[in-house]
Design a protein around this ligand. Structure first.
Ligand code: GDP
Ligand code: IMO
Ligand code: MG
Length: 427
């Protein structure tokens, strides 16, 4: 079973960083395949606490090769800052490589992200303002600049001058903003190119070679299925595929090479930014979860919206991704609740829905149908086996398994690596 993917099952921030850091101990390669530095993956281990945005969470194991695949959009400044931070902590980046085919986030992408959000007014998506959407738009529009373009100075200047003329027209004529100077952008990105060049490789070849050698490969997803461009709560989504469909596209390996897809789910639900969230708790209970779990964004610091576990979204996520197992995180956050609710269906009037409707206006009207379970009201952070969990907690794991529709492979009971109950082997 060499290639296993770890993806987000909900609206992001499920704890993918913690799970990947834990599983990477057994892996030879960890690869990112989608998103960009909109991701914020927290890793807490013996080396400290780290917030990873672009660099795979396997970087803490010296024998692990870390790849940033072609499907990721790369902000050079963000990447280099992350590299510097790791070096400061004496963490080697000698096994870190980025794809020559990955698209680059340019200054106009970041400016346009802000201007587009402002123009959406009340309908703002609540993006991370990192330029992710505009960079993916340019990729599809065949107007992107890739890492390989940056490395070819002469052609980069030619391409940038064409693209920048178009972007300046939009900035000035549509938004009344200041244009960007070609020379300034060119010089800045030529400097980045020099700093990035030692990391650049044909990462798809590296990955396929590792698979041929029978090495263990971990594929680290970003965002969450409900933020997927096709299957998420459109238009309140990110601008790329983030689920199982994006794996082979973002790495250059055949989908038949992927042996397992694990989605990470919090034991409840959170969401940052705009868009429908049927189980959102706007009362004290929601604030209680937020404060107990310190639910504030890893990338933007924004308070996360909190709610009960949404079984409708989770089952949908499980089905469209073809999950082989689920990892449950933040289990300990529910330790003090006398009762815990799970959403088993949505209702609009007399109509019951068992999957999230595509129409956002209808989804907005969906009311959760809850089942109430007894809480366990005792600490779980020091427990390391499923059998040692209190019966109510075991029943909750079983309920989540039933709702998601696939087996649970691990339960995380705290942010640290070792605060984990392994239920079944992953590799
Ligand atoms: P990611 O984007 O999916 O990697 O998730 P984030 O790192 O953005 O957010 C998850 C947060 O939950 C981080 O602060 C983690 O340290 C924390 N975390 C992960 N697993 C657990 C857990 O089982 N219990 C607790 N209390 N915190 C956890
Ligand atoms: P990780 O990998 C949570 C959300 C943003 C916004 C929407 C679009 O840490 O789970 P974008 O900047 O991508 O155009 O924003 O997507 N979003 C995330 N929410 N976790 C993430 O990543 C996210 N990445 C994007 O908040 O609602
Ligand atoms: Mg995150």
């Amino acid at each position: 079973m060499p290639a296993i993917a770890v993806i987000g099952g909900q609206w992001g921030d499920e704890g993918k960083g913690k799970v990947v850091d834990l599983l990477a101990e057994q892996a030879n390669v960890v690869a990112r395949f989608s998103g960009g530095n909109n991701a914020g993956h927290t890793v807490i281990n013996q080396l400290g606490e780290f917030r990873m945005h672009l660099i795979p969470s396997g970087i803490f194991y010296p024998r692990c090769t870390c790849l940033i695949g072609n499907g990721v959009v790369i902000d050079p400044a963000a990447f280099l800052e992350e590299v510097e931070n790791l070096k400061k902590h004496s963490i080697s980046v000698s096994n870190l490589f980025i794809s020559d085919r990955a698209h680059v986030i340019m200054p106009y992408h970041i400016i346009l992200d802000g201007l587009e959000e402002k123009s959406r007014g009340k309908g703002a998506i609540g993006t991370t303002l990192k330029g992710i959407g505009p960079a993916f738009v340019d990729k599809i529009a065949r107007m992107g600049i890739r890492i390989c373009d940056l490395l070819d100075k002469e052609n980069f200047r030619k391409r940038l001058s064409v693209v920048l003329e178009h972007k300046n027209n939009i900035l000035v004529k549509l938004y009344g903003a200041a244009p960007l100077a070609l020379d300034e952008v060119y010089q800045k990105y030529c400097k980045y190119a020099e700093q990035l060049s030692p990391f650049v490789r044909e990462t798809d070849v590296l990955l396929r070679d590792a698979l041929k050698r029978g090495e263990k490969v971990l594929l680290e997803g970003a965002q969450g299925t409900m933020l997927d461009l096709d299957f998420g709560t459109y238009p309140y989504v990110t601008s790329a595929a983030v689920g199982a469909t994006s794996l082979s596209m973002g790495l250059g390996i055949g989908s038949m090479k992927i042996n397992g897809i694990i989605a990470v789910f919090k034991a409840y639900t959170t969401r940052v930014g705009g868009g429908s969230f049927p189980t959102e708790l706007l009362d004290e209970c929601g604030s209680l979860i937020r404060e107990r779990a310190h639910e504030y964004g890893t990338t933007t610091g924004r308070p996360r919206r909190c709610g009960w576990f949404d079984g409708v979204a989770a089952r949908f996520s499980s089905e469209i991704n073809g999950l082989t197992s689920a990892a449950i995180t933040r289990f300990d956050i529910l330790d003090n609740f006398p009762t815990i609710k799970v959403c088993t269906a949505y209702k609009v009037g007399r109509t019951t829905y068992h999957r999230p409707p595509a129409n956002p206006a209808l989804l907005e009207k969906c009311q959760p149908v809850y089942e109430e379970l007894l809480g366990w009201e005792c600490p779980t952070s020091d427990i390391r086996s499923l059998k040692k969990l209190p019966p109510q907690a075991q029943a909750y794991v079983k309920k989540l398994e039933e709702l998601i529709g696939c087996p649970v492979s691990l339960v995380s009971v705290g942010p640290a690596r070792e605060q984990t109950i392994m239920v079944r082997p992953i590799f």
